[in-house]
Ligand binder design. Structure first.
Ligand code: THU
Length: 132
């Protein structure tokens, strides 16, 4: 399943709109009911409006009524090169909103992939649950 997710992330990366950074990213998010939602990074001439591939995938899924996720695959790099692309802090916080700490984050490398849990990448995260 992880290989299929990586393939979908690579395909999504082809749609990356990144004329400013030239850093193309694709993501594929697996929901608990087996659906896959993809995303690519979308930049703006007003740089701060840029949205990462991961958040595009999450917002597509959530807006279509899906909640509960197993894993996300992320593929990125400058132009058409591949380099490990770790999710930014904002994307990690969005993951924490919608996923449990055992959510898997699969990062493409030149010679395979690494798997992290959300807990490894964002331990002790802020959540409204802290206030319950
Ligand atoms: N980017 C992503 O889409 N995901 C990441 O995990 C890191 C960065 C995008 C944002 C921007 O379009 C470009 O990569 C360079 O930062």
């Amino acid at each position: 399943m992880f290989l299929k997710l990586l393939e979908k992330a690579e395909l999504a990366r082809e749609n990356s709109y990144s004329p400013y950074s030239k850093f193309k990213v694709g993501a594929a998010l697996l929901s608990k009911n087996g659906e896959i939602f993809t995303g690519c990074n979308i930049e703006s001439s007003s740089y701060s409006l840029t949205c990462c591939a991961e958040r595009v995938a999450f917002f597509k899924a959530i807006s279509e009524g899906n909640n509960g996720f197993e894993a996300i695959a992320i593929v990125g790099g400058f132009n058409d090169t591949n380099e490990p692309c770790m999710p930014c802090g904002s994307c990690r916080q969005v993951m924490a909103e919608f996923c449990t700490p055992d959510f898997k984050i699969i990062i493409k490398k030149n010679d395979g992939f690494d798997i992290y849990t959300l807990f490894e990448l964002l331990p002790n995260s802020f959540s409204l649950k802290n206030n319950e």
